[in-house]
Design a protein around this ligand. Structure first.
Ligand code: GLN
Length: 233
């Protein structure tokens, strides 16, 4: 039987590469750093610059996609003017695995506090995200997170870098909280640190972090995402 099926003897070239193909939205942000982290975590990284790069369906051109940090208002404007917003929404609705970091987290939120007028989002994760919650302007903040769901136990915490970062105010049922800050930190308009803030979540094939794991050479978060993608295909 197999002798009658030469394709089984000479599989298509793409099948020889067992790595999942994960796009990195390359309109702004840490595209190179995310690509290097994905490759280190066992994926094939490709830059996504147009609607054509997305493919029509999940698995067509991409097995997964990263939305890097940057500025969600700019990302919203660029996605709209490049005709990518609706195709991306459709892919998310069809179950494409997407990881959004910082501005990318904001893009994946169903509800956003502090959105700019007219700002558009993809949605997909049942959560309320507060933009610039950790502070505005050049504020950045770092903390060692213990987050077993991200492979970071007490003996091996994850150094998380927050840059003008959002946090998650609340999650709907079905959203898994993967990390919270330990002590919390005062937001720009809050009086004092008030306990942990949710900074990493997952809902089905969607993953989001407030922080930037592409900075600093720790690839555990990318590893979690690559596993999510690999186990779906
Ligand atoms: N504050 C930015 C926004 O609203 C996100 C910052 C970041 O991605 N580093 O999009």
């Amino acid at each position: 039987m197999s002798a009658l099926r030469p394709r089984a003897l000479f599989p298509a070239a793409s099948r020889l590469d067992a790595r999942p193909t994960i796009g990195v939205l390359a309109l702004q942000g840490d595209v190179r750093e995310h690509s290097l982290a994905l490759e280190a975590a066992g994926a094939r990284a490709v830059a996504v610059r147009s609607a054509g790069d997305l493919g029509a369906r999940p698995g067509d051109r991409l097995d997964g996609l990263i939305l890097p940090g940057g500025e969600s208002t700019t990302m919203s404007t660029l996605l709209t003017s490049f005709g990518m917003l609706e195709p991306l929404r459709a892919l998310v609705a069809e179950g494409l695995a997407v990881y959004g970091s910082c501005a990318g987290m904001i893009m994946l939120a169903d509800r956003v506090q502090g959105a700019a007028p007219g700002q558009s989002f993809l949605g997909g994760i049942g959560m309320t995200v507060r933009r610039n919650a950790f502070g505005r302007e050049v504020d950045s903040y770092e903390e060692d997170l213990i987050a077993p769901g991200l492979g970071a136990g007490p003996g091996d915490p994850l150094r998380a870098v927050f840059i003008r970062a959002p946090w998650v105010e609340e999650v709907d049922e079905g959203v898994e909280v993967l990390a919270t800050t330990r002590s919390g930190r005062a937001g720009s308009d809050e009086g004092s640190a008030s306990g942990g803030r949710i900074v990493a979540v997952r809902q089905g094939p969607l993953l989001a972090t407030s922080f930037h794991p592409e900075v600093g050479g720790d690839h555990r978060v990318h590893g979690v995402f690559v596993d999510m993608v690999a186990h779906r295909s």
